[in-house]
Write a protein that binds this ligand. Sequence first.
Ligand SMILES: Nc1ncnc2c1ncn2[C@@H]1O[C@H](COP(=O)(O)OP(=O)(O)O)[C@@H](O)[C@H]1O
Ligand SMILES: [Mg+2]
Length: 267
Amino acid sequence: MTMGKAPRITIEDLSLAFRTGTGPFVALDRVSFDIAPGSFVSVVGPSGCGKSTLLKLLSGVYSPTSGRILFDGKPVEKERLQGQVGYVFQRALLLPWRTALQNVMLTMEVARRSMTRAQREAEALKWLEIAGLKGFEHRFPHELSGGMQQRVSICRALAFRPQILLMDEPFGALDEITRETLQNELLQLWQQTETTVVFITHSIPEAVILSEQIVVMSARPGRVVERINVPFPRPRVDSVREHPDFVEMAGHIRSLLHPRAHAIAAE
Ligand SMILES: Nc1ncnc2c1ncn2[C@@H]1O[C@H](COP(=O)(O)OP(=O)(O)O)[C@@H](O)[C@H]1O
Ligand SMILES: [Mg+2]
């Protein structure tokens, strides 16, 4: 299941001010970072710091007030962004009248018209199997748990073979155990692809287990506080979570996100 090679993405001094009734509201302030082709990047930050806004800039829904997004060093048009990104949201947003299999095939029907129906079906079944949904292909969304629905929506996004997959707190509505299972499955799915993933989360351990790079943001206006490279080798197994380096990195990110609480604790 190979895909077109993802570009190197350079986010350069990206700012966005929304026009509001009381004047411009700066949601993102000169955000810069680089995303290596095919890598997994997480963005963590407090609620309202502009994470979803950043994804909307990366998908071409919004245009920046200033700054730019480069693909392999060249500025990209909004239209090009729109054709190359897949999106997964906190809610699975499946079509209720289509089965799991038919939901996964949906994006292929639109974006991969050169394939025959049988080819689409075979590929959709393959994605569902890797996501642990063998036996549930013909269930409708209401017959699936929340975690299963989210697996289907991830398969649907990957079946479109986007160069970039944008995930906006995709596991935020799930319980802790389902969440950890899905993290492992997402890594397995992603390893079959050359897709670059930009993943938004509130969960620090989630960011550390999944990512090559973590971008930590501050609130109001949204700025990059630190970019952290995560060196743990892949495939990452659950025992990484107990490794002292993992615990230390999570603690460091926590101190960046809650500077005051940390200062008090240290007093
Ligand atoms: N369309 C909009 N118009 C005005 N303000 C907006 C709009 N969208 C988001 N905002 C504001 O921009 C800030 C960042 O929003 P958002 O990117 O959704 O944050 P996050 O996803 O990190 O919680 C918030 O303060 C939000 O209220
Ligand atoms: Mg958001």
